[in-house]
Each structure stands twice: as C-alpha cells, then as structure tokens.
Design a protein around this ligand. Sequence first.
Ligand code: AMP
Length: 270
Amino acid sequence: MKIITSIFDLNKEIKNYKNVGFVPTMGGIHNGHISLIKASQKKKSKTIVSIFVNPTQFNKMIDFKKYPRNINNDIISLKKLNIDYLFLPTTKDIYKFKSKKFVLRKKDKILCAKFRKGHFEGVLNVMNRLMSIIKSKDLFMGEKDYQQLHLIRKFLSKKFDVRINACPTIRTTDKIALSTRNKLLNKKSLEKASQIAKLLIKIKKRSKTQSSKFKLDLSTYKKELEKKFNIKIDYLEFRDEKSLKLNNFRTKFRLFIAYTINKIRLIDNF
Ligand code: AMP
C-alpha cells in the first residue's frame, strides 16, 4: 500500500485512473468502509482510499473537533486489506485551487439538508475537488448516507462521467448501522440505538402490508420514540428511493431517520 500525501505525488503515481476504484472516507475505518473497499477490489484492478476529515461539511466546529480520528489504526486496517493507494491530503492542498460552489435548491432542502445547513454544500464541494484530483471512473459509496449518495449522483456523476457504485449498509449483529460516530456513544446509548434500529425495521416491514393511512402516521411513532429513548428526532419519513420525494407507497421507498442521542447525531435508513 502506497501512502500519498500530496496532489503532486498522486498525479505522478497514478497514470491510468480508468482501472482505479475510488473509496472516499473520513477515516475511523470500520466494516462499512471495508465493504466498499472489497466491492472496489472485486470490480477494479486497483483501489484508492482517501481519508480526509473535511472541515467545510461540519456545520458545527465542535462536531468537527470531536470527530473520531485514529490514522495509525486506519493504516493498519487498510494495509491488511491490500489496497493499492491511501491518499491522505492536507486541507491546504485540497482547498488551494478554485472550484465550483454548489447551492442546493429548495426542493433539495429536505432530510439532513434541512437540519444541517451547509452540510451537503460542503460535501459536494470536497467531492468535486477530490474527483477532479482522482479521476476514477468508479466511485464506491454507502447507502448508509443515502441523501449524500443521491446528491452526488445528481450533481457530480454526469460532470465526471463516473459510475456511482452504491453499497448496502453494514450493521452490527444487533442492527446498529456501523459509523465512525458510534465511537462517541456510551454503552447505554448503543443499546438504545440498537433498540431504535430494530423498531424501525419492524415499522418498515409493517408499512409494506398495512393500509396507507397507517403507513403515513409516523408522527405518533416519532413522539413515542422520543419519549421512550430520550432522543431528539429531526425527521422520521418515508421517502421514494429514487427521487427522495415524500412517498405514496406505490414505488420503492425507504424509512429515513436522523436523531440526537446524548449529544451525538445519528442517521440511518431502512
Ligand atoms: P465516512 O467515513 O463516514 O464519510 O463514510 C465513507 C463512506 O463509507 C461513505 O460512502 C459512507 O456512506 C460509507 N459508509 C459509512 N458507514 C457505512 C456502513 N455502515 N455501511 C456501508 N457503507 C458505509
């Protein structure tokens, strides 16, 4: 595994981007990231993983500061996976050149875009930069961050003529979606997160069989979950898988949630 820390070295090293699969991450490597890496390795002859905790996508400085980082552990995990390149750019290098500014329209300001102002503008900004540096034709991303996937497809896939390979969410045996942020949760919060995930899986299952009147009534569930687990739910919504429009249950849909537990904000979809 070659560790590359500058754009200059990266350009020297990678001549043929066509065969390179790209897995962008913010580190704290877990089995969710590893599933993307394996998907890339299966499809492409070489794989490049980036680790960059992007400051512009954090709408709160405190959140950026306390984001779990452990580069030494990450390097050990990635070496074991036999990836070809690990790109560890500096903020200065990533943000040194001029690049397009992204503005979300009203219809995109749903789910996390509504509650984390500027977050996706920051994500699109850094992905636009990373993709113009790493000219891979295959990007591997997780359905765990479904709205992120949706917006990158919408804003960047045509521009870079890149295939977005969406990979399913990897969960622990007790149904918690793996996330670097889980490292910030104590045992009690993890237990609650597991119970919440199990309940939401049940609700999703039921929504497929019951009448649409029942399906649409998530406000009662929202209140109950908030009370039972002492959490603050930003949204709990069924939305169409393709358009992310509020769902009419005639097309494929997912149940989306974002909640704060013990000051840590988690997202998931089922
Ligand atoms: P992050 O490091 O959290 O920015 O995530 C980097 C990539 O890994 C993104 O494409 C995420 O959607 C994906 N990812 C994060 N958690 C999971 C998971 N539990 N299962 C599958 N993919 C994931």
